[in-house]
Write a protein that binds this ligand. Structure first.
Ligand code: MG
Length: 263
């Protein structure tokens, strides 16, 4: 099942504002969702700019830096022993086909194609082997990064928090059981040219380990997001940053595609 949101006024599940509200309502939400979509969910039209991000205001957005080997090498970093965690405010997120504003104060706007996990059930101190019980589904994420601001200090926040910059969606794709990550590639193109490609099974810290690690720090809540990191090939690696007019697209096999123009 793919939960898709197509404009707040048209959200098809009566009594709920968005997928986040459905997830937060637990069983009652899933029942309402099942009744609303039946066996015939509305098909997703890629490129429809009315499609909103599935969770409009996630409580927590946790991102993982340096989690694919080639990206760690291109950034000139050591292989990490622990995941590098940072967070984005929910206001830094945007819709799966929305334009991305080029910051006037920056010349180094960059993309980071990622797979994101959407939390479906609350969890504290979740063991890795139980992690999948807390997952609602997976989505595509672009961790838009303003590199000149990211590099100002050792804390990355200033480069990661720009308002309305990071698109995700287009759906929360649910699975009956853990998908076969070995068969899922993540691909990023800029103006149709491939810039990033990796198998999502190549994560240094996998989805289960990340849920274990983050839930040791605080309680994960339905609608929270964990963006699992980006592979090699970011613009910073060869100085090819995003420019106004560029079309950046992130696709993960089985999860769909997000498509955003820099303005
Ligand atoms: Mg990232």
């Amino acid at each position: 099942v793919a939960f898709v949101q197509r404009g707040a006024s048209a959200f098809p599940i009566e009594g709920f504002a968005d997928v986040g509200a459905v997830l937060r309502a637990g069983e009652r939400g899933f029942e309402a969702a099942e009744n609303a979509v039946g066996g015939d969910p509305e098909p997703l039209v890629v490129g429809d700019d009315a499609v909103l991000r599935p969770v409009l205001d996630p409580g927590s957005v946790i991102c993982v830096g340096l989690n694919y080997r080639r990206h760690i090498e291109e950034m000139g970093r050591e292989m990490p022993e622990q995941p590098t965690l940072f967070s984005k405010p929910s206001r830094s997120l945007t819709d799966p086909f929305a334009p991305i504003p080029m910051p006037r104060a920056s010349t180094r706007l960059d993309y980071e194609g990622e797979m994101a996990v959407v939390i479906g059930a609350p969890g504290r101190d979740v063991a890795a082997e139980n992690a999948w019980d807390h997952v609602a589904g997976l989505a595509v994420f672009n961790d838009i990064s303003v590199r000149d601001f990211q590099a100002r200090t050792s804390q990355w926040f200033a480069g990661k928090a720009w308002e309305g910059s990071s698109p995700w969606g287009p759906a929360v794709v649910t699975f009956d059981s853990r998908p076969d990550f070995d068969s899922m590639d993540l691909c990023v193109t800029v103006n149709g040219e491939e810039r990033q490609r990796a198998c999502v099974a190549d994560l240094v810290f996998g989805l289960e380990e990340l849920i274990e690690d983050v839930s040791r720090i605080f309680t994960l809540q339905p609608g929270d997001l964990i963006a699992t990191g980006t592979p090699g090939g970011v613009g910073m690696a060869d100085g090819r940053y995003l420019q106004p007019g560029d079309l950046v697209e992130v696709e993960v096999d089985g999860l769909g595609k997000i498509s955003n123009r820099v303005i």
